[in-house]
Each structure stands twice: as structure tokens, then as C-alpha cells.
Design a protein around this ligand. Structure first.
Ligand code: DGL
Length: 277
């Protein structure tokens, strides 16, 4: 028995495509429904109440209209503000969130200095503070709220992306592999993966960039126990047969989504307009 119901994925916009890309790589046999809530973005500069309300409305929609078998909250800000309440409200499906990769960063840093770029809201959240406390003494974390960066990435505003990356990396201190330099940079917002090129140009290729897409994809796969998977996976890791689909919805600019899908996933899409909540 295979379960062909889709996996729901949402973010405030295009950022979650970095997670969807990882999910597709991990589970190419699955069907996906992606909601970009770009009509109500940025989440990271709004209050928790707004993010919680939006997370509820989108989860409701995905369960009621698409009968999703699992939900991936492909947004650090929504995970921090809402995942505990979403999980409590929707117990019928597994719900996976994403959080800044502080633990792997601390484990792999040689200089012991780790930069963290995230939204203001994520950095101020209780969930993030608990994570930080749990790693007390493991590394020194340099936290950088990145107002305006997610929305610039959303709009593909290259000039602004470059300017903000320059401002924020300069504010964090020196990057590199020598003592006293930041050798590991955590991208604590799913949008920021799409500024990797601009960041590497500023901080150099020797600094390790860490994002959370691949671990989230692995965790989702683990949670989808065998009966929930959409196809049998052969021992070589290839799916046996399938014709998977991805549907895209946007509460804002659908054309912007289509061009982001083309750019970041290398595929054509016809994003449908969506009004929820
Ligand atoms: N992509 C979201 C995250 O991972 C936030 C972007 C926004 O501020 O809307 O935090």
C-alpha cells in the first residue's frame, strides 16, 4: 500500500523553496503542495500573533483542501512562533519545523566563533533562546538580525541583497579560519540560502555556510513511516515508479513565485492565487 497524499510545505514566500528542494532530493517520489504566504510577509518583522494566525490559516487550508499527510513548516520564524501551537491543534499529521543549525555549527567550528543570520523575530523567540542556552559553552554565537533581507530576496532585488549582506556581515566581525574569526555562518532564515553567492563573495569560500533544508528533509522522511510513503524505495535508493506532482499557491505575487521556482528549482510552474485567513 502506498500513500499518494501530498506533503504540505509553507513559508512566508520563496525561502521555503530551499527546503522543498531538499525534500525533493530526499523523497523524489512524493507529491508536494507549496504555499507561499507572500501576501502577508515578511513574517520576521511582524508580531507572533500575526505569524500564528497565518500558520493556522495555511495549515487549515492544506489539511482541508489537499488532505496532506504531513506538514513541513519551511520557515524558521513560523517554527519559532507557532509550531508548538500548530502541533497541539493538528495532532492527526506529523509536523516538521526548521530551526537555525546552531548545534552542527558549534560541532564543526574550529575557531569557536559562529555567526547566525536570522530574522529579528527568530532571534527574539523563546525557542531560539532555549536552543542557545542548551549550547552554552559549546561556541560563541554572534547573532545578527537581518531586517529587510528576506523581502529583498523575495523581490530578487540584487543590489539591495548585496548592500544588506555587506552591512550585516561587516557588523558581525571578521570572517575566516584564524583565531578570533568567524569560521561558520548559520543561515537561520530559509530565504538566506538564496543569498549564499553574495555572502560567499563577502566572507570568502573558507567559511562554512550552514542551512537547515537537508536535515529537515531527512527528519520528514523518518517521520513518514513506511505506510505513509508514496512509493517503495528500492535498496539502491531509487523510487520504483511514480509521476510526482508539485502544486504551488501564493497569497501574493504569483509571477514572482513562478520565476523563483524557475530560478531555484529549475522547473516550470503555474502558481495559483490563494486567499486564506
Ligand atoms: N523564510 C522565513 C524564515 O525562515 C522568514 C522570512 C520572513 O521574514 O518572512 O524565517
Amino acid at each position: 500500500m502506498v500513500d499518494r497524499r501530498p506533503i504540505g510545505v509553507f513559508d512566508s514566500g520563496v525561502g521555503g523553496l530551499s527546503v522543498l528542494r531538499a525534500l525533493q532530493a530526499e523523497m523524489p517520489q512524493e507529491n508536494y503542495v507549496y504555499v507561499a504566504d507572500n501576501g502577508h510577509a515578511p513574517y520576521g518583522e511582524r508580531d507572533d500573533e500575526h505569524v500564528l494566525k497565518r500558520s493556522h490559516a495555511i495549515t487549515d487550508y492544506l489539511i482541508a483542501q489537499h488532505d496532506i499527510k504531513a506538514l513541513v513548516v519551511a520557515c524558521n520564524t513560523a517554527t519559532a512562533a507557532a509550531i508548538h501551537l500548530i502541533r497541539a491543534a493538528y495532532t492527526q499529521i506529523p509536523i516538521v519545523g526548521i530551526e537555525p543549525a546552531l548545534k552542527p555549527a558549534a560541532a564543526q567550528s574550529k575557531t569557536g566563533l559562529v555567526g547566525v543570520m536570522a530574522t529579528r523575530s527568530t532571534l527574539n523567540s523563546e525557542k531560539f533562546h532555549k536552543l542557545l542556552e542548551s549550547l552554552h559553552g559549546a561556541a560563541t554565537f554572534v547573532l545578527q538580525p537581518c531586517d529587510g533581507l528576506a523581502i529583498s530576496i523575495e523581490r530578487s532585488d540584487t543590489q539591495r541583497i548585496k548592500a544588506l549582506c555587506k552591512e550585516y556581515t561587516a557588523a558581525m566581525g571578521a570572517f575566516g579560519c584564524a583565531t578570533g574569526e568567524i569560521d561558520t555562518l548559520v543561515l537561520g532564515c530559509t530565504h538566506f540560502t538564496f543569498a549564499s553567492q553574495e555572502l560567499i563573495a563577502l566572507i570568502g569560500p573558507d567559511v562554512t555556510l550552514l542551512e537547515g533544508g537537508a536535515p529537515v528533509a531527512r527528519q520528514t522522511r523518518r517521520l513518514l513511516e513506511k505506510p505513509l510513503q508514496a512509493a517503495d524505495i528500492s535498496s539502491s535508493g531509487n523510487e520504483i515508479s511514480n509521476n510526482p506532482t508539485i502544486q504551488f499557491y501564493s497569497t501574493g505575487d504569483t509571477l514572482l513565485m513562478d520565476s523563483a521556482v524557475r530560478r531555484w528549482l529549475g522547473s516550470e510552474s503555474k502558481t495559483q492565487p490563494l486567499s486564506v485567513g
